[in-house]
Design a protein around this ligand. Structure first.
Ligand code: UDX
Ligand code: UDX
Length: 470
């Protein structure tokens, strides 16, 4: 079978870039990305490519070439579903904030809604592809819902988890380490797997395309994210020990990473990992382990999250203790708010939690991020406080201590301390001499990403604090 028409439900950080690249590389396939959010679709269709809702290096060029040719963005979900022979589900699957599994399990209500909508609308056979990260065995639930439609349509459910990292999404899609496709090991399941293999074969080699059974594929995604996050928590755990022993965490990471069995990647100590995936997926893994009565396995993985929380807290606490035990009324400049550089995504960013700790101590937080808007920053904090049951009045009061600037200079001027929360390249090339002159003395820098030159800054006169540096 050859796919002619693809539809993707969800035009977010995963659905948008992934479908744009599929459309670019497969000019014979019509790709329609649909979303319930009208504003988001309007942004995807904006003539000015600076207004795309997702910022990713290289994305605008891909959209410029494919949009209107064989790539379309729409809110007409039913029409797109009916016309497609293959449907990707890329809606969000956040951690549940209510009821059974609150704070741990993945909330699959959007995925379930998608399945019900497909079942209602479809009039011919379709391949359904799970792109969202899902708990292992979700394909079973999807299949049950789809098969209960009663309108005689056959559905094959595949799992095709996304491994792209934000900030490098386009490159990751062009040159994937691997694409993973899981499906039923039945004759029709194998046909469906091959159909999706053929789509990716337009630009990837057979060695890059792995096929497995559907459960292995679902679980591999959770496992990959758990292993990656575990490496960060491991090096961050060592960073605390480095600070206590005068070892340097970057030197330790380098020495350890040259062992080919360990490898050099994902060993950068930081203020803590963020992003929409790591925490959500590990909590989901922990929940699954408890569900399958494997408490020891659950506790093991939960520790990765606890260590990450500890790292964010440790960073904030060190700012308070170093600034003579209080930041009350002091101006703290935040360089960066996104969870990593080269993205405008702030989900679970360490900056949110560090700001929260400092605001509890009455700091004035002045943020500059090259890609994140003031409204997003305030919404991130308000969301965290609402979840924690903070009253509306108190939220409004706390927000009066949060200032967002469009120029770094304004955030830095007259500050008592600078905290680097995101590793944006531009921070490295700032005129630190002038910044120093315009700050209160002693002038403190807390580099939560270890990107600045500690010797240079110390020579200028800064009191410099890095992660895992004594
Ligand atoms: C994705 C995956 O789907 C998630 O499981 C993974 O762990 C992270 O990446 P992402 O693309 O980052 O999610 O989410 P988001 O940017 O929030 O995009 C999801 C989109 O789906 C939103 O634009 C939302 O409006 C849309 N949506 C959601 C629908 O169109 N219909 C729904 O019912 C729910
Ligand atoms: C991650 C996975 O890498 C990707 O394969 C999956 O599809 C989605 O989840 P993403 O969250 O977009 O991607 O970015 P990633 O580069 O993994 O970074 C996650 C967080 O870890 C960021 O906050 C980053 O700053 C932090 N990090 C990463 C470190 O602190 N140290 C490192 O060495 C690497």
């Amino acid at each position: 079978m050859k796919v002619k028409n693809i539809c993707c439900l969800g035009a977010g950080y995963v659905g948008g870039p992934t479908m744009s690249v599929i459309a670019l590389k497969c000019p014979d396939i019509k790709v329609t990305v649909v979303d319930l959010n009208e504003a988001r679709i309007a942004s995807w269709n904006d003539k000015n490519l600076d207004n795309l809702p997702v910022y990713e290096p290289g994305l605008a060029e891909v959209v410029a070439e494919a949009r209107g040719r064989n790539l379309f963005f729409s809110t007409d979900v039913d029409t797109a579903i009916d016309a497609a022979d293959m449907i990707f589900i890329a809606v969000n699957t956040p951690t549940k904030t209510y009821g059974e599994g609150k704070g741990m399990a993945a909330d699959l209500k959007f995925v379930e809604l998608c399945a019900r909508q497909i079942a209602r609308v479809a009039t011919n056979d379709k391949i359904i592809v799970e792109k969202s990260t899902l708990p292992v065995r979700t394909a079973e639930t999807l299949q049950t819902i789809l098969d209960s439609s009663g309108n005689g349509v056959n559905f094959e459910v595949l799992s095709n988890p996304e491994f792209l990292a934000e900030g490098t999404a386009i490159d990751d899609l062009f040159k994937a380490d691997r694409v993973l496709i899981g499906g039923n090991q039945t004759p029709s399941g194998k046909v469906a797997i091959q159909t999706l293999v053929d789509v990716y074969s337009n630009w990837l080699s057979p060695q890059q395309i792995l096929t497995t059974n559907v459960w292995s594929s679902e679980l591999s995604k959770l496992t990959a994210n758990a292993f990656l996050a575990q490496r960060i928590s491991s090096i961050n755990a060592m960073s605390a020990l480095c600070e206590a022993t005068e070892a340097d965490v970057d030197e330790v990471a380098y020495a350890v990473g040259t062992d080919s069995r360990i490898g050099p990647k994902f060993l950068k100590a930081s203020v803590g990992f963020g992003g929409s995936c790591f925490q959500k997926d590990i909590l989901n893994l922990v929940y699954l382990c408890r569900f399958f009565n494997l408490p020891e396995v659950a506790d093991y993985w939960e520790q990765v999250i606890k260590l990450n929380d500890y790292q964010k807290y440790r960073f904030a606490k060190s700012i308070i203790t170093t600034l003579f035990n209080t930041v009350s009324g002091k101006k703290i400049a935040f360089l960066g708010w996104a969870f990593k550089k080269d993205t405008n995504d702030t989900r679970e960013s360490a900056a949110i939690y560090v700001a929260d700790y400092l605001l509890e101590d009455n700091a004035n937080i002045h943020v500059y991020d090259p890609k994140v808007s003031a409204s997003k920053i305030k919404a991130d904090l308000s969301y965290l406080w609402e979840l924690n049951g903070v009253t509306e009045a108190r939220i409004a009061q706390k927000l009066t201590q949060v200032f967002v600037h469009t120029e770094a200079e304004d955030a830095l001027k007259d500050s008592h301390a600078v905290a680097v929360l995101t590793e944006w390249d531009e921070f490295k090339s700032y005129d630190w001499q002038t910044i120093y002159q315009n700050m209160y003395k002693p002038a403190f820098v807390f580099d939560g990403r270890n990107i600045l030159d500690s010797n240079e800054l110390s020579n200028i006169g800064f009191q410099f604090n890095g992660i895992g540096k004594s």
